[in-house]
Design a protein around this ligand. Sequence first.
Ligand code: CP
Length: 326
Amino acid sequence: METSLKGKDYISTQDWTDEEIEIALETSADLKEKFKNDIPHRYLADKTIFLFFFDKSTRTRNSFEAGITQLGGHAHFIDASTSQIAHGESPKDTGIILSSYGHGIAIRHDLVPGEGNSYMREVAQHSSRPVINMQCDIDHPCQTLADLMTMREVFGNELRGRKIAVSWAYAPSYAKPMSVPQGLIMLMTRFGMDVTLAHPPEWKLMDEPMRMAKENAAKSGAKFEIVDSMDAAFEGADVVYPKSWGIESLFHKPEEALAISEQYKDWICDDQKMALTRKDSIYMHCLPADRNNEVTDAVIDGSHSVVYQEAENRLHTAKALMALTM
Ligand code: CP
């Protein structure tokens, strides 16, 4: 596939122009259609992508692995802990060497605030092939692209004036990265959505994505507000995206963050909260969800939920990103 995006890194949605994001969405929709109709689309025949994971994954790993196979290429899955990265090999050497063996590098490094994004930018600086961010400490641009695609499938391409509630929710399972809410507030303000961010005082997002979301909203004319209750965020929302994330300063002490979160167990998305939203509102979650903590079964399995459509779109958007850049 010859495209203007060949060789371009995809580390944050902020690195791509609106037009480039539109190309990615159009390509995703085209690849979805081809996949559904069994139309071959081997745009990356014999090409190789290296997938580095510093964290666990179901959707991201499998959308990239299945996706590159459907595009005619091959993925190497690399658990960073079993590679020489674990012995301290530098991002520079990793980037130079791996890019001389294949056609793209994708990295998930999301659990340590301050590390993942700068790690992948350093790999990218030395890689002769594109680097794709499969989730870092700051952004999860593969997820938010699939989210934008899903919202457009439901509401049409014009999302200006639609309200999205991005809310923290209680989850005891693990300190989830901050990158999904951060990615959402950056991308959805850009595309004109009125974004309301809700969280208890301890769960502030990082300064830089907050600054970018404010700047994007000012440019697009969208609203960006921060509230301290899930109810206030859900009032009149078209889209609700309640999910847990960790406390920036306590990622290395998850038990302390969990103890603080015990007082916020009522931050759960249930039928009462959904009743505050618009009749045709949608419930979204990047998954995995902590069922009956972040969200009740009734909501995630109910009529507002689009989580499986959203998860499926991870395949089509991952394929588009690889086909366009590799
Ligand atoms: N949403 C998401 O990135 O899922 P995984 O963690 O399973 O890849």
